[in-house]
Write a protein that binds this ligand. Structure first.
Ligand code: LR7
Ligand code: MN
Length: 606
């Protein structure tokens, strides 16, 4: 009898533990994906109607609360720029980051952590949107042959936000004529995010049929070997590489394919437009070309006038000494002949200079095509590391210096002496590739392709590969005066000095004659105190308070919307500024979900 009881007892235990494990598993799975747009019904979405204007929340409507359209507060916020010129109105995006609930906040914070861009806005935009056509007007009059080589688009991704990845792919289908689009090849570099697995499989099956192939790397390879894997599956005439957070613009592909059709050893890059990581606003970037410094960092240079003096002027393709790396097109067979990439390079970095040097030194050429525009989300930091925390940029740069730079590698070592003795693996194959292809010397490259380089000494500073949005233009002032908090009647000022970078702001008694209390609100939606520093949300987490920081001119964390509704809305945070009531923080300001309470009411008084 005793042993039977024991047996049932054991069955009971097993049953209970299995049930609990299942419940736990289900819970973890649900939680893992709560930040992605997976709650959007993926099957059965309506087909996209390409010409509709501003499809604001296409396909992700249920990420917004039901009351969204009706909400008066939001309605107000959607028309904050009535006085502004029409080109400023085009962008309603800032308000799309608005936080309505704890869950929105979690999505936003998770997104900044995992992707370093505003995931809430990305999810709300959904799979399709209109983009401003950033091409020179003359580009629109250009025509291209119908009979162009076909393209295989290769997109590697590692832990990409599903909404950004799908928008990349959809933008390709929405803006590429079917007869030149052979296929899209997605390479999953062993991502860990749940929604990049079955959801993505299902989505592809349900929406793209056989034109999209998904290849999964069983282990993390990095973007360099990832692209080689993608290329090995491709069948189109031309390989077109894109990052996994891009949006291609009108007529982007034909201008890239046409020079390759004329000369198969021409490698081409589009102009890389800027998609803001904070607001996802799409803006045009200036016509610049690729260079590098002796630290082997890529940088942007201005284009020598001689390059633009042909009959086509500013819309003519021009030579570029290097490419940024992520967005380019190259004939498939030529990619293989030229040695693909250096498979000994890991994860991220350096491959762009390596392939640029190789193209020029081994008989090809590299052009930027001003009439082709592709947007890319530029972020302030890379949100992922490499396995083992290896500095792959250093490793990859060492390999490229040893294979391609001849005596000029000394310039690199002068800046990075600690790398002289660092192991960089076996490069014999790449060295023999260089011989076999009969490539020219690095000196030839410098003399003929990048003579400007020799003018800059070894100490030329690394430049961020991000464009300065503002250029030389100063934004017009819209309003100037005291920033009064209506709830307390007090004014917003620096806690210490208005010149103190990183300083907090507080409300104090107003003093209309003090220049230290004078705010400027300009057309870039910056709030500048005492003509010195900008009101900023440096941390992109709403638990952190706003601070005074150097004006950076690229919107986002310094973009405020001062509406008629008296709320002060912060664009990258999606929340409104309020004055704290609690005794312990009295007078300090913080960010909160926007509402109509007096603690959130502000007025700029001229
Ligand atoms: O381990 C990885 N596996 C991957 O598949 C790491 C990354 N990736 C994917 C990733 O999901 C993305 O699609 O590789 C792509 C590039 O990674 P990003 O977007 O994190 O890199 P980035 O935009 O900061 O980097 C630029 O420099 C890189 C150097 O290795 C690559 O050449 C990128 O393609 C390149 N991006 C661009 O050129 C876009 C314009 C930026 C500029 C200037
Ligand atoms: Mn990128």
């Amino acid at each position: 009898m005793g042993s039977v009881t024991l047996r049932y007892f054991c069955y009971g235990c097993i049953f209970t533990s299995v049930t609990w494990s299942l419940l736990l598993f289900a819970y973890l799975n649900l939680n893992q994906d709560k930040y992605s747009p997976r709650n959007v019904p993926i099957k059965g979405i309506e087909p996209y109607k390409p010409r509709r204007l501003l499809p604001r929340f296409t396909h992700s409507p249920n990420l917004l609360p039901k009351s969204f359209q009706k909400d008066k507060l939001v309605e107000d916020l959607f028309h904050p720029h009535e006085e502004l010129p029409p080109e400023k109105k085009i962008d309603m995006l800032p308000e799309m980051g608005m936080i309505f609930s704890k869950q929105d906040e979690e999505v936003r914070d998770f997104g900044y952590r995992k992707h370093a861009f505003n995931l809430l806005i990305s999810n709300r935009i959904g799979n399709h949107r209109e983009l401003p056509d950033t091409r020179e007007p003359k580009c629109k009059k250009k025509s291209y042959p119908f009979d162009l080589p076909s393209a295989s688009i290769i997109i590697c991704f590692y832990n990409e936000a599903l909404s950004a990845l799908l928008r990349t792919v959809h933008s390709v289908f929405d803006r590429t004529p079917a007869h030149v689009l052979h296929e899209v090849i997605l390479v999953d570099d062993d991502s860990e995010l749940g929604d990049l697995k079955e959801d993505l499989d299902e989505y592809i099956e349900g929406n793209f049929l056989e034109k999209v192939k998904l290849v999964r790397n069983p282990k993390r390879e990095g973007l360099i070997r990832g692209r080689m894997i993608g290329a090995s599956h491709a069948k189109g005439d031309v390989l077109v590489f894109l990052d996994s957070h891009c949006e291609v613009n009108e007529m982007w592909l034909q201008p890239l394919l046409s020079p390759i059709k004329e000369d198969r050893k021409t490698v081409v890059c589009p102009v890389i437009d800027i998609i803001s990581a904070d607001t996802l606003a799409y803006s045009s970037s200036p016509i610049v070309r690729g260079g590098f410094n002796w630290g082997l960092h890529f940088k942007w240079d201005s284009v020598p006038l001689s390059e633009l003096s042909g009959p086509e002027g500013a819309i003519a393709p021009f030579k570029s000494p290097t490419m940024a790396g992520g967005l380019f097109a190259m004939e498939r067979n030529y990619f293989n002949e030229l040695g693909q990439y250096d498979g000994g390079m890991d994860i991220w970095g350096g491959e762009n200079l390596e392939i640029s040097f190789r193209i020029w030194m081994c008989g090809g050429r590299l052009l930027i095509i001003p009439c082709s525009r592709v947007g890319h989300i530029f972020r302030k930091r890379r949100p992922y590391g490499s396995p083992g925390g290896q500095d792959t940029m250093a490793h990859n740069s060492l390999r490229l210096a040893h294979v391609w730079m001849d005596e000029y590698k000394e310039q690199f070592f002068a800046l990075r002496p600690e790398l002289r003795t660092r192991n960089y693996g076996d490069i014999t194959e790449r060295v023999s590739l260089r011989k076999q292809l009969n490539c020219k010397s690095f000196k030839w490259y410098l003399d003929n392709i990048y003579p400007e380089m020799q003018l800059t000494g070894p100490n030329a500073k690394a430049q961020q590969p991000v464009f300065v949005n503002r250029g030389l233009k100063r934004p017009n002032v819209l309003q100037r005066g005291l920033l009064r908090h209506l709830g307390t009647g007090k004014c917003l000022v620096a806690q210490s000095q208005p010149s103190h970078k990183g300083g907090l702001v507080v409300v104090k008694e107003c003093d209309p004659v003090s220049s230290d209390q004078m705010w400027v609100y300009n057309e870039d939606h910056e709030l500048i105190l005492a003509n010195l520093l900008c009101l900023d949300m440096p941390e992109t987490r709403s638990s952190d308070p706003p601070r005074l920081m150097k004006c950076h001119g690229s919107g986002g964390s310094q973009q405020w919307s001062l509406g008629k509704n008296n709320r002060l809305y912060q664009v990258s945070i999606g929340q409104c500024m309020k004055v704290n009531n609690e005794l312990s923080h009295k007078g300090y300001v913080s960010m909160a979900i926007c509402d109509d309470s007096p603690s959130q009411q502000w007025r700029l008084e001229s």
